[in-house]
Design a protein around this ligand. Structure first.
Ligand SMILES: *Cc1c(COP(=O)(O)O)cnc(C)c1O
Length: 354
């Protein structure tokens, strides 16, 4: 890598922003004007460019189409009250992308390149970051293999891209979750810790089965015994019993969420008790049964906090009581929103102005 990163910019002749109604944003349907693209060839990342958002063409023998040699990130940009754009902990996404990449034999993407690509693109499309309370710009960086070769081997060529789309002020409705004890998402030695495409493909069928039973999402358990709670589809999960936050450790089978870390950091700062340890299905179901489960919620970039309304296990469904009474999860949701939109002092240095 040279120390200056030259990004060529080819702007749209006419912005598509007129099609966006910020008060009614359809989820992941309207993409911003531009996208970032880079190629990996001959052992290095090159051809850094921003171009109008458009289709790309790949060979039918593209190895990602066949073998899912792909990793991604998900993050958001927000507007503060002065209309400036803030990114939330983007360096953490840059780091995690490389952790995922290594597991899939995808070459390291220099963090400076990630940050330069990201900030240049977001600056150019800053009008796409909505300012209506609760809205944000969802950012999707991803890398995929591009060899025209259907043999199974690590790829020699790759593409890194960033696309973005505004997302609405969706009030995240409380979710009904099912504790899954048949299917598995991840196992020791597998790819659970990586944001790798195939993990999500494999989770669709179990999630569809749960939907048919009236659940919104799954809570995965460990693949070996199904006795320990791991996480949800795109969220880590936390429980509060006895005024203590209980969550599974971010081990090899769990995606290490940036929201998870942010929530735990705030909780620690507020003097809450935290236990990062194996969480048994039994203790959660018992606490739900006897009314000592004070709160249960998912944490992730999409919803920040998703309150769990009901938990299904085997043939029973347990109602967890009123959302308004959930002191910690409501407080941390409010605080994270204020930090992300620059309404309070950013004492952990989490936001980056672009
Ligand atoms: C992305 C993701 C999360 C949440 O991570 P954040 O960095 O908080 O968005 C949790 N679990 C899985 C499986 C994920 O893919």
């Amino acid at each position: 890598m040279t120390d200056t990163i030259d990004i060529s910019i080819n702007k749209v002749s006419q912005s598509n922003i007129g099609t966006l109604d910020v008060h009614n944003i359809p989820f992941a349907k309207i993409y911003s004007d531009h996208m970032f693209e880079a190629d990996y060839r001959d052992g290095e990342w090159k051809n850094f460019r921003i171009v109008p958002y458009q289709n790309i063409s790949v060979s039918p023998a593209n190895n990602t189409l066949h073998y899912a040699i792909t990793v991604f990130e998900g993050m958001k940009a927000y507007k503060n009250e002065d209309g400036e754009v803030l990114l939330f902990r983007p360096e953490a996404n840059a780091k995690r992308l490389n952790i995922s990449a290594e597991r899939m034999c995808i070459p390291e993407l220099p963090e400076e390149l990630f940050m330069e690509a990201l900030t240049t693109l977001i600056k150019l499309d800053s009008q796409w970051v909505p300012s209506v309370p609760g809205t944000s710009l969802y950012i999707r960086p991803f890398i995929f293999a591009t060899d025209e070769y259907i043999g199974i081997r690590p790829s020699d060529t790759f593409k890194f891209m960033i696309i973005t789309c505004p997302v609405g002020a969706y009030y995240s409705a409380p979710v009904n979750v099912k504790i899954e004890t048949k299917f598995s998402r991840a196992f020791q030695g597998g790819t659970g810790f990586a944001k790798a495409g195939g993990n999500y493909a494999a989770s669709l069928y179990p999630a569809k089965m749960a939907k048919a039973q009236g659940f919104d999402q799954l809570i995965w358990t460990d693949a070996e015994t199904h006795q320990y709670i791991e996480e949800s589809g795109t969220m880590n999960v936390m429980f509060i019993i006895d005024n203590t936050i209980i969550t599974a450790p971010a081990s090899g089978t769990i995606l290490k969420g940036i929201t998870r870390d942010s929530v735990l950091t705030l909780a620690r700062d507020w003097g809450m008790k935290i236990e990062e340890r194996k969480v048994t299905v039994k203790e959660i179901v018992e606490a739900a049964k006897n009314g000592t489960l004070q709160e249960a919620f998912g944490v992730g970039t999409a919803a920040t906090i998703a309150h769990i309304a009901r938990i299904g296990f085997e043939d029973e469904v347990y109602d967890l009581g009123p959302i308004e009474e959930r002191e910690f999860s409501n407080k941390v949701l409010f605080e994270l929103d204020r930090i992300k939109t620059g309404k309070v002092e950013d004492k952990f240095n989490w936001t980056l102005k672009v």
